[in-house]
Design a protein around this ligand. Structure first.
Ligand code: HEC
Length: 191
């Protein structure tokens, strides 16, 4: 009798642990619904967005083409938002770390994303399909960006020329940066 009770208790504990771990592993990140915001693109907004993109939020540091043969790796004119292999110039990163193409190109860039989806990616770190963006995309720094500022950044991105430049996606053992679930983040540490 005692043996059967013990077996039942162990089974319940075992199933709870496996169930809990599976839940943490597979669940999608908490995420706000995509807003229906449609950004009004005006010259003033584009100018403000360009300033934020290139200087304050420094999106171009990762997402624009850069001339790493020159001091500070200045952005290459005409390559704004075209995507970049960040692991070639940020040292200490394993695998292939890519800041993707965020120009309006429909296939390679984010031309098919709604403005609300772009805003959610910037402030919440969630992509079009509801997956978490890797934490190298510093959305936690952008979380408190005002509506006006994030919409200006989107207006500027919308004004960019679509560039068909495939920089690829994150790959290799860099997958552990992907932050797809809290459990993966627990088990795999930055090294
Ligand atoms: C330190 C580098 C870095 C900075 C700075 C940065 N990003 Fe990113 N961004 C990334 C990385 C890495 C990804 C993920 C790429 C992937 O999943 O393959 C990403 C993903 C994105 C995505 C989703 C693209 C997609 O196809 O999934 C958008 C949109 C984006 N960034 C916009 C911005 C904007 C706008 C800014 C500035 C406000 C910015 N990023 C600043 C590194 C950066």
């Amino acid at each position: 009798m005692v043996k059967r009770i013990l077996m039942s208790v162990f089974t319940v504990i075992f199933v709870s642990i496996i169930g809990g771990l599976s839940f943490l592993y597979f669940r999608k990140p908490a995420q706000a619904p995509v807003s229906a915001a449609r950004v009004c693109v005006t010259p003033e907004r584009i100018a403000r967005g360009k300033y934020l993109f290139e200087h304050v939020a420094d999106c171009g540091r990762c997402h624009s083409g850069r001339d790493c043969g020159r001091v500070g790796g200045p952005p290459v004119p005409g390559r704004e938002g075209c995507g970049n292999i960040v692991s070639t110039f940020l040292h200490g990163m394993r695998g292939l770390v890519v800041a993707s193409n965020i120009t309006p190109d429909v296939e390679i860039g984010i031309g098919s994303w709604s403005d609300g989806e772009k805003i959610r990616a910037i402030r919440d770190g969630v992509d079009k399909d509801g997956n978490a963006l890797p934490p190298m995309m510093p959305y936690t720094d952008y979380r408190l960006m005002s509506d006006m500022d994030v919409e200006s950044v989107v207006a500027y991105m919308d004004s960019l020329a679509p560039i068909r430049h495939a920089s690829g996606r994150l790959s290799g053992d860099i997958e552990h940066y992907a932050g797809a679930s809290p459990l993966r983040q627990c088990f795999r540490s930055f090294q």
